[in-house]
Design a protein around this ligand. Structure first.
Ligand code: GAP
Length: 427
């Protein structure tokens, strides 16, 4: 099953989903660019998550913060000292590995390895216009820091009461020792985060609430829910900011791997930013007058990992047919429209008219190249749930053929029933 990763990597390149970054220069490890269909699917995912978090849950608002913040942020957050992975280097070929991923010898050349040392994975940059006086800054190692920095701004402007949440979707950067497995471990990636601020006494209840809510959301997104589970972090693997953590994990072809972390961050973030900035970040309960630092439950997931795991979940390969059984809400295209023949103006204009109507609501593919069988195969490979063919009967009776991606069954529907049909299927 490990070759599923190779099949998906190749399909992504072939069909315009994901390309290796800087490919004409030989690529760069840990970086990938999303292509025309990949960006559609990624945007669909982000929209679904945003709607779920901000519309379905009361008292949750969003922000969009910068990638670079004041460098002191990363001292306060603990990342400058503690955002490390254990590294071992081969004494012979000098390749470097994560200590938790190698045995006694170098996996490349069999050489002896150094003892493990801690390697900081924050990505540095420098700011300033005078050479020699530039200041070190960091590309954010976790997107959520902007939420703590804006906690008081949000509170003051949105008149929120505890408990409340702030969400954000954004890039994070880590100088990973061994970026690998395509989109699984990247050096530049995107996270979707919720920080839920609550009274310390209510933390148990909220931690459990968000743990279950996030699991239910991922389960509804995939077709094989048995491939998803919780795993609690042992004390010695907790991140420096967490008092308790559960990962939502997915069973990838290379083992059970993290998908989203549910972290009990307590008052770590607000107390540290309070200390380092000199600002009092305490919250006053207007009814009781009690003043305290809210505690935080964090749910933090990777969008690139979601993208990859959904492809693992959706990939089907049978009798030389390859298709992606993606949720129609996630698929890059919802519908494809084909004129049966590309050289018949009456068919083209009828199909174009249909395309123009459907494109208002859906992302619609237009394909008039090659025979219908080939067009079905192309759409199957990118997970388009329905292909609609306009043929000579359409000109007479205003009906079209709708072909289902998963069953390959074809039905005949009248043009005025099409939208209802898709709406119904899309739920
Ligand atoms: N703010 C908490 C935080 O960043 P994390 O567990 O380090 O927690 C959250 O990261 C999620 O981000 C992970 O569950 C994973 O999905 C994703 N992620 C982390 N490192 C990644 C990497 N190098 N490449 C791709 N995704 C990554």
């Amino acid at each position: 099953m490990v070759d599923l990763l190779a099949k998906i990597t190749s399909l992504c390149k072939r069909r315009g989903l994901v390309f290796p970054n800087s490919e004409i220069y030989g690529g760069i490890q840990g970086f990938y660019d999303y292509g025309p269909l990949g960006v559609e699917m990624k945007n669909n995912l982000k929209r679904l998550w945003w709607q779920e978090m901000t519309r379905r849950h009361a008292n949750v608002v969003g922000i969009d913060g910068d990638i670079i913040t004041h460098p002191r942020v990363w001292e306060a957050s603990g990342h400058v000292t503690s955002f490390t992975d254990p590294l071992r280097e081969c004494k012979q070929c000098h390749k470097r590995f994560r200590a938790d991923e190698v045995a006694a010898k170098c996996p490349e050349c069999g050489g002896a390895l150094t003892a493990a040392k801690q390697f900081n994975i924050l990505v540095e940059t420098s700011l300033g216009v005078v050479e020699g006086e530039k200041r070190t800054a960091y590309l954010r190692g976790e997107a959520c820091q902007n939420i703590y920095l804006n906690y008081q701004n949000v509170l003051d402007t949105m008149h929120l009461k505890l408990p409340f949440g702030i969400v954000q979707i954004g890039k994070a950067f880590r100088n990973e020792i061994t970026p690998k497995q395509f989109l699984f471990r990247l050096r530049e990636f995107e996270q979707w985060d919720l920080q839920w601020f609550a009274h310390p006494k209510e933390m148990d209840q909220w931690y459990e609430f968000w743990k279950q809510a996030r699991m239910a959301w991922y389960q509804a997104l995939i077709s094989q829910p048995k491939k998803i589970r919780f795993r609690q972090h042992a004390k010695n693997e907790l991140a420096h900011y967490a008092q308790k953590a559960f990962d939502i994990e997915y069973q990838t072809p290379f083992g059970w791997k993290e998908w989203e972390g549910i972290h009990w961050r307590a008052d770590w973030d607000l107390s540290r930013h309070g200390q380092f900035s000199g600002r009092d970040l305490a919250y006053t309960d207007q009814e009781t007058g009690e003043r305290f630092l809210p505690h935080i439950v964090e749910t933090s997931g990777g969008i690139d990992r979601t993208f990859l795991y959904l492809l693992f979940d959706a990939y089907r390969d049978q009798d030389k047919r390859v298709w992606l059984q993606l949720d129609p809400r996630v698929a890059p295209y919802q519908v494809a429209v084909f004129p049966l023949l590309a050289n018949k103006p009456a068919l083209i204009s009828q199909a174009k008219a249909l395309y123009d109507v459907l494109k208002i609501k859906y992302h619609v593919a237009w394909d008039d190249i090659g025979n219908i069988g080939k067009r079905y195969r192309r759409q199957d490979e990118v997970g388009t749930p329905w292909c609609v063919t306009v043929d000579f009967d359409t000109l007479k009776d205003k009906t079209v053929t709708v072909r289902d991606r998963d069953t390959m069954k074809q039905i005949r529907l009248s043009l005025d029933k099409l939208q209802d049909y898709f709406e119904n299927e899309l739920g």
